[in-house]
Design a protein around this ligand. Sequence first.
Ligand SMILES: NC(=O)c1ccc[n+]([C@@H]2O[C@H](COP(=O)([O-])OP(=O)(O)OC[C@H]3O[C@@H](n4cnc5c(N)ncnc54)[C@H](O)[C@@H]3O)[C@@H](O)[C@H]2O)c1
Ligand SMILES: O=C(O)[C@H](O)COP(=O)(O)O
Length: 531
Amino acid sequence: MAPKVLVSDKLSEAAVQIFRDRGIDVDFMPDVGKDKEKLAEIIGDYDGLAIRSATKVTEKILEKADKLKVIGRAGIGTDNIDKEAASKKGVIVMNTPFGNMITTAEHAIAMMFAVARQIPEASASTHEGKWEKSKFMGIELTNKTLGVIGAGNIGGIVCERAQGLKMKVIAYDPYLSQEKADQMAVEKVELDELLARSDFITLHVPLTDQTRNILSRENLAKTKPGVRIINCARGGLVDEEALAELLKSGHVAGAAFDVFSEEPAKDNPLFHLPNVVCTPHLGAATTEAQENVAIQVAEQISNYLLTGAVENALNMPSVTAEEAKVMGPWIKLAGHLGSFIGQMTDEPIKAINILYDGVAAEMNLAALNCALVAGIMKKVNPEVNMVSAPVVAKERGIQISTTSQDKSGAFDGYIKVTVVTGKRERSIAGTVFSDGKPRFIQIKGINIDAEVGAHMLYTTNEDVPGIIGTLGTTMGDYGVNIANFTLGRTHAGGEAIALLYVDEPVPAEARAKLAETGLFTQIKPLEFDVA
Ligand SMILES: NC(=O)c1ccc[n+]([C@@H]2O[C@H](COP(=O)([O-])OP(=O)(O)OC[C@H]3O[C@@H](n4cnc5c(N)ncnc54)[C@H](O)[C@@H]3O)[C@@H](O)[C@H]2O)c1
Ligand SMILES: O=C(O)[C@H](O)COP(=O)(O)O
């Protein structure tokens, strides 16, 4: 059945066309995002959700989203999505980080000009037939200092454009390296210095716990008298009440806001103040940007649902369509290795140490890690997938370490996982043969060659004669057909293991019969998702 996608915001129709062209069943309901109840009622039908900022993907909505695999944000900011809840639920969250960056940077520059020359007020007054030539005295941008808070994609473009306008650009961004700042010819400063020196301040940070209220009452008080403040990033970054007071007192000469702490903004402390320019979240509102983000998000969602390719995800490593094809069997193997460990382990896991050898070490290890950890965590919660597994592991305080090495043995490459609990270490290794089938090649350091089947039986015993016969006869007695039988041992008379790939689950009675023989130290039925 074709995957189903809901478009719940005003996305360009280009997105809908792409979904249709890719064979995806799409419902275009651009107003449903604003209707929480309706969205909650219908979300359970969809595999994908395409949104802008009006749809709020809350934990409550996600609780109802039983089939949902991917949320695609046609734009940049994802503060309207509860990403933690999405990750826990195993839903990928993607955005389109570059599609509207130029448009938004241009809006910030336009807002800077507008507030420097009071263009909106002068325009309104002129329309009214007043000719208030002396009322609207502006300031030049040339030689003024622009303080950029957040010098990422949009902030970086703003820096470049402002330099073209002959402004002196300084930036506060703790994650901006000195090397990158030098390349951008931007002076990297601390926040207090930016506040004290800037004639214009423009914000380009995401809304996070760290950036919320970054221009607090206290910080606004540290700004240079006569400063003008531009916010085309997110409402919630600036204390609007405090800013309104400083505008009234004249300490702040002007403000240009595209975004507000509450949207749609019907009433706001900044409204109706002189020299405050407001736009209704128009940062990304150009035909070019809307076309870009709609096309990108539709392609990304379709690629994920149809090929497993992961692009621009915020809660999962990227996997290209090419990688998804080549890595498919290795991702399966990683899941099986994890699943073996998960099914064998009854006590809390402290650490998962993963070794990648040869060709495996050259792959997208972040994605393989996710698949492996998901395999382990499924024991705890069958709903866990590659997206939610790292979150679940982290919640449980499990340390994950990864090592890679060049090809070291007979295989082109392999993956070995060792899990450490309070009681023991347990390890298993596997590889993918040229037929594309995952194989287990080592358990507890004992070499084997076992094809992975949906139903398996794992036994351990002291290496004595009669084990093969006992296993074979017992399976026969209970009508269990053996597809593949693998044995291994440390040395003659040492510890031995057997792995049986069987056509149906081994019944409890058959296992009890094996236990009665007293030959086995462990008898464990295993299930693998080989679909
Ligand atoms: N008005 C609009 O329509 C519109 C359009 C697009 C984006 N946006 C907003 O703009 C934001 C920035 O977009 P972007 O594409 O430049 O994102 P980005 O991730 O490329 O850049 C964000 C920058 O902020 C920096 N940063 C993070 N935490 C910081 C902190 N505590 N202090 C200072 N700097 C910090 C990061 O290091 C990064 O360089 C988006 O998150 C979105 O909320 C608004
Ligand atoms: O983060 C973004 O991309 C912008 O805020 C655009 O939001 P919008 O898609 O709701 O216009």
